[in-house]
Design a protein around this ligand. Structure first.
Ligand SMILES: [Zn+2]
Ligand SMILES: [Zn+2]
Length: 221
């Protein structure tokens, strides 16, 4: 299957997943995808001035991860888009509030790091939790683009292990302790985030504060 065909299928499945997750069924989106083809329609959505109401709905429903923009910046599909189209997707995601991002399974697994309401940065009025950065698709994409989707502790790579189904899958661990973050802190995806597989991510969090990636790597047999 070509990347273009895979992208088209992904948008059709996005329609279904959005409806199931939010109760909002973007029917006009699906019609436009079917009529124009997913890639051509996504390129229209990425015109800088395009007003695209679905994006606002997804922000409100805290499911910006279901936006076309998030699919566009996925490592599997980036090559289908021009730099300026990718820049539009990144900018829209970057400008969205952290409340636009969902609570993830990772947050359930690592509540000490990631809990949303209780993990507020103390001493600031900012309603942001550290995991907003781990689940920010733009920061994630920048981190994975830099390091590759390879665990920095054990070198595990899901694509080599599981083939296509594993492509692009990886946890992203936020290295800086919550307490050290300042109110105006902005994540640096290359310095603050690191790709780790779920096993190593769990092991990093076996202690509080978490182990460093290098420490855990040294313990590996
Ligand atoms: Zn690992
Ligand atoms: Zn972590």
């Amino acid at each position: 299957m070509t990347a273009e065909a895979a992208f088209h299928d992904e948008l059709v499945s996005l329609y279904r997943r959005t409806g199931e997750a939010t109760g909002y069924w973007p029917n006009r989106f699906l019609q436009a995808v079917r009529r124009n083809g997913g890639l051509a329609y996504a390129k229209r959505l990425l015109e800088p001035q395009h007003v695209h109401s679905g994006f606002g709905v997804l922000i409100e429903k805290r499911r910006i991860d279901l936006s076309v923009e998030c699919v566009v910046i996925d490592l599997r599909f980036q090559s289908l888009f021009t730099e300026s189209e990718l820049a539009v997707a990144h900018r829209r995601l970057d400008e969205a509030p952290s409340s636009a991002f969902p609570v993830t399974r990772e947050q359930e697994l690592f509540p000490e790091e990631v809990s949303d309401e209780e993990g507020l940065v103390e001493g600031t009025s900012r309603r942001t939790s550290v995991n907003a950065y781990e689940r920010n698709p733009r920061a994630r994409a920048a981190c994975l683009e830099h390091f590759g989707a390879v665990c920095q502790v054990c070198d595990m790579d899901f694509k080599s292990q599981y083939g296509d189904v594993g492509e692009g899958f990886m946890h992203v661990h936020h290295k800086r302790p919550l307490a050290t973050l300042k109110a105006n802190y902005k994540v640096n995806p290359l310095k603050d985030l690191v790709p780790v597989c779920p096993n190593c991510h769990s092991m990093l969090h076996r202690r509080e504060p978490p182990f460093d990636v290098e420490q855990l790597r040294a313990k590996l047999h």
